[in-house]
Design a protein around this ligand. Structure first.
Ligand code: FAD
Length: 413
């Protein structure tokens, strides 16, 4: 049984954890609240790490969820540099690296993930860099000097955003992607083609279908040897091949884990009084749907808040519409709902040179949309698509494709 005098504990002082802590206080919880992180910083948002912060136009304070004064004001105890090393769900307690045990009434696991390592990269090579944390972003920024020959491994969002920022910083960039197209695991062909064209136009040497044989050098990688025999010289290597969710603690404690920590519709794990949220959380949007993880700002924000409400006993089902964005150079990608790497059901070309792709279900209702355009120009259409998704109206694919038919008009129909 939970000891209600014991604190609420949030394990993971990232975006979801920080949002949960704020929500608990916003909702009037005034009992003891502990936020435990293994980074030295207060919770911050990660999207600027590959964009403004990497470029040097934003610092940590610009992406922090709250500052030390607010932390004190809200009476949240922040434990940094003393990470959790074990969970004991049966006894409602957890252990810190210094050996001490802490009891909890309710626990949220929001441990996010870490950058996936490239197995063939020499362990001690100082010029092979990864990007997940603020401190890694600062190290990368220092490395991206004008003229640096940068090799980016991985044509997903992190690799593409780093490539774009590195070009803005004056680096020579070569990007290696193992698959036949950019971000091909999640995005439709048309978006991959637009990304390829944009990066090529901005001077990135993008190589698709590339297999790497070896990274040559020990303390310092000097070149990358491709399976086709080609050798690419470099000063720095950035590896952006995805992230690994931090599930080990939960698994060792006997909590149900799949690709992430499994939760029910209330974001409750298989252990009593333990919730999970954010990148580490594997959830279903519908009881008969597939388990999924979302590695997005929007999901961390929504689940952090939602888990906190349920820690307070609200028993609310989580059903937020998924979505994400990516900014590269002066172009933006935004998605809402469920999108797939497959052909969309309708495509609307826009006068800006951008487009919106629509996905429909068998009843012709919108389930997802993906927009591409200069700056933030696509935001309005994507907001309307969110309303169309939530309205469950049957739509005509030809009208969706027709640029002269305002999406707002379809909403009224
Ligand atoms: P995190 O923010 O990773 O927080 C988890 C925290 O838990 C970390 O601080 C971790 O160190 C800590 N932790 C782990 N284990 C322990 C332990 N045992 N003890 C104590 N603490 C622990 N999303 C978008 O939608 N759009 C974007 O443009 C975008 N850009 C991104 C750019 C970058 C470079 C990155 C890395 C991510 C980006 N994202 C973007 C994704 C988004 O930032 C993440 O989905 C979000 O940060 C996930 O939040 P989280 O709280 O689940 O995990």
């Amino acid at each position: 049984m939970p000891d209600h005098a014991a604190p609420m504990i949030i394990l993971g002082a990232g975006h979801a954890g920080g949002r949960a802590a704020l929500t608990l206080r916003d909702e009037g919880y005034d009992g003891p609240l502990i936020l435990i992180g293994d980074e030295p910083h207060l919770p911050y948002e990660r999207p600027p790490l590959s964009k403004a912060l990497l470029k040097g136009t934003m610092d940590l304070s610009g992406c922090s969820l709250f500052d030390p004064a607010r932390l004190a004001d809200l009476n949240i105890q922040h434990l940094a540099g003393n990470p959790v090393t074990a969970l004991d769900p049966a006894r409602h307690r957890l252990q810190l690296a210094d050996g001490q045990w802490l009891d909890y009434a309710r626990l949220l696991i929001a441990t996010g993930g870490r950058a996936r390592r490239l197995p063939i990269a020499p362990e001690q090579a100082g010029n092979v860099l990864y990007l997940r944390t603020h401190d890694e972003a600062v190290a990368l920024r220092t490395a991206l000097q004008p003229g640096t020959r940068l090799l980016v491994i991985g044509g997903g969002f992190i690799g593409l955003e780093v490539a774009a920022t590195a070009r803005a910083l004056g680096c020579q960039v070569t990007l290696l992607e193992a698959g036949p197209r950019l971000a091909g695991r999640v995005l439709p062909e048309r978006v991959s083609a637009a990304l390829l064209e944009l990066h090529a136009r901005n001077g990135v040497d993008v190589r698709l279908n590339v297999a790497i044989e070896a990274l040559q050098g020990t303390d310092h990688v000097e070149s990358v040897q491709l399976v086709n025999g080609e050798q690419l010289a470099c000063d720095r290597v950035v590896v952006g091949i995805g992230m690994q969710p931090n599930i080990e603690l939960a698994r060792a404690a006997g909590i149900d884990v799949g690709q992430g920590i499994r939760v029910d519709e209330q974001l409750r794990t298989s252990a009593a009084d333990i919730f999970a949220a954010g990148d580490v959380c594997e959830f279903r949007l519908h009881p008969d749907g597939e388990f999924q993880r979302q590695e997005t700002w929007r999901n961390a924000e929504a689940q952090g808040r939602h888990a906190a409400l349920n820690m307070l006993g609200r028993k609310l089902a989580f059903n937020d519409t998924p979505g994400f964005w990516s900014d590269q150079y002066d172009w933006g990608l935004q998605t809402i709902g469920q999108i797939a790497p497959t052909e969309p059901d309708a495509t609307r070309a826009l006068s800006t040179g951008g487009f919106v792709l629509f996905y429909l279900d068998h009843q012709q209702r919108l389930t997802g949309a993906c927009g591409w355009g200069p700056g933030n120009s696509i935001a309005k259409d994507i907001k309307l698509c969110e309303r169309l998704i939530n309205s469950h109206i049957a739509l005509d694919a030809r009208q969706l494709a027709h640029p002269e038919t305002p999406l707002k008009q379809l909403l009224r129909s």
